[in-house]
Design a binder for this molecule. Structure first.
Ligand SMILES: Nc1nc2c(ncn2[C@@H]2O[C@H](COP(=O)(O)OP(=O)(O)O)[C@@H](O)[C@H]2O)c(=O)[nH]1
Ligand SMILES: [Mg+2]
Length: 446
């Protein structure tokens, strides 16, 4: 590692009272610090060995009796000397330990400090770092599973394999440009064209997987929209069996977006209740309406709510939209039957009486299943990765235009740009601000 790193500490387990708490210390003076707090010289440190020891503050007061687990550089998570101090899970004990570590000149770690060190020490690449983040955040079993494969380097290997296909094409072009004495341009170009096309196909398959990962890791964004008073907030409450959103008969009650996380079978779902879309002069309500429109744009699924045939909805329906007709309790059996025949795709509910809710859930699940079904077990775990691959495909497309295909040098140039995007994804040529951005999304202690 080039940069000298100071020694840092952080709570790596969840804060608060628990059976145990784990404080991690990483850096050059980690082991020396342990000698100081145990008042004991350590003669021989064994990697991954644990010891039961009392620890003291700088005034020799006993803090706790703890388990110390040593990890020696470069075999630790960070690649540095690292110690995990497992204390009794009382925040007062953790606080005393923090004060002592601070007194000894150590620094509280920043978010992602440990993983950032692992990256700088070449223990992991940037894609693996992002997979670690998505393991911690994943809200579904499938999300955890895919992220795990990512941390093991499977996604990085896949990206590396695709990159190698492009490198191979580039080297063939360069050989033809610089070395070859016979004119074989036509053949080389047609081979490159074939390779680039099949590589684009593979990349696009991977690019699409990010939509799965955002559903399975962060949760599907299901936005409830419709005119004021159709019962959007009542529907949100009915789906989570709680009174989270305020319900009144006054149009324009909901202004800020109300969010609730729930599960539809194995799918994590973030339900978003929004302001009803209508023309109004109310400044606050208009901000809410603007917000609602943005939520609709980034939604995985939109519930388009109507409550009677007069207030037709303003939103154009897409394949992500589920039409919901609310207040069925106010309709006669004949009216319901008529509506069912006229709009067979529409789900008819009474949010107030909680009827039809199960049907709406199962329809949502079917849509989510369709969206996340993929033969590809690996998902791109960040928007950053997806954006870079999209850019890379754009470069490759530029290499395939009619004009480019006449000129070896232009194809080679675009291939180089496409390859650079892969290096950027894996963190081989990444700038500091990008790194900061990635690691700041972690929690402290990871
Ligand atoms: N009869 C009946 N009234 C409902 C139903 N759902 C909502 N309401 C009523 O409609 C009014 C507006 O509901 P609300 O959820 O605040 O609508 P929003 O403006 O779309 O969020 C309230 O008085 C609710 O009690 C329903 O299924 N049946
Ligand atoms: Mg409302």
């Amino acid at each position: 590692m080039k940069k000298e790193q100071d020694t840092v500490y952080a709570l790596s387990s969840a804060p608060g009272r628990a059976a145990l708490s784990v404080v991690r210390v990483s850096g050059e003076s980690a082991f020396h610090t342990i000698e100081k707090i145990t008042k004991n010289k350590i003669n021989q440190i064994k990697h991954r060995k644990s010891y039961l020891r009392p620890i003291y503050n700088i005034n020799n007061d006993l803090i706790d009796k703890v388990i110390l687990t040593f990890y020696t550089a470069p075999n630790s998570y960070t690649g540095e000397d690292l110690v995990e101090i497992t204390t009794h899970g009382n925040p007062i004990i953790v606080d005393s330990l923090f004060n002592t570590l601070n007194d000894l000149g150590l620094r509280l770690a920043n978010p992602g400090d440990f993983t950032s060190r692992a990256y700088h020490n070449k223990k992991i690449d940037l894609v693996q770092a992002e997979s670690i983040l998505s393991i911690i955040n994943a809200r579904s079993k499938a999300g955890v599973q895919s992220s795990l494969l990512g941390t093991l380097g499977k996604l990085s290997n896949k990206l590396e394999d695709i990159k190698q296909l492009l490198v191979l094409s580039l080297s063939e072009l360069e050989y033809e440009l610089d070395i070859s004495e016979t004119d074989n341009n036509k053949n080389v170009i047609s081979l490159a064209e074939k390779n680039i096309k099949s590589t684009i196909f593979k990349m696009q398959k991977l690019i699409r997987t990010h939509n799965n990962s955002s559903i399975l890791v962060d949760g599907a964004r299901v936005v409830i929209t419709g005119a004021p008073n159709v019962g959007k907030s009542t529907l949100l409450n009915a789906q989570i069996d709680d009174e989270k959103a305020i319900v009144t008969d006054i149009p324009g009650t909901t202004r800020d977006t109300v969010e609730a996380l729930t599960y539809f079978s194995n799918y994590p779902v973030l339900l978003l209740d929004t302001a009803g879309i209508r023309k109004t002069n109310n400044k606050i309500e208009n901000i809410g309406i603007e917000k609602a429109k943005q939520e609709i744009m980034s939604a995985d699924i939109v519930y388009n709510i109507q409550s009677n045939r007069k207030n037709k909805n303003q939103n154009s329906d897409t394949k992500n939209t589920i039409k919901v007709f609310n207040k069925s309790d106010l309709m006669t059996k004949e009216e319901i039957l008529k509506l069912q025949t006229k709009e067979p795709d529409c789900v008819i509910v009474s949010a107030k009486n909680k009827t039809g809710i199960a049907k709406l859930k199962s329809k949502t699940e079917t849509l989510l299943k369709l969206k996340t079904e993929s033969s590809e077990p690996l998902f791109l775990s960040s928007k950053r990765q997806q954006t870079a691959l999209i850019k890379s495909v754009e470069h490759l497309r530029r290499a395939l235009t009619k004009e480019s295909l006449c000129e070896l040098e232009i194809i080679a140039h675009n291939l180089r740009l496409a390859i650079n995007e892969f290096d950027w994804v894996l963190g081989k040529t990444t700038t500091n601000d990008i790194l900061e951005n990635v690691f700041s999304n972690f929690c402290v202690g990871k």
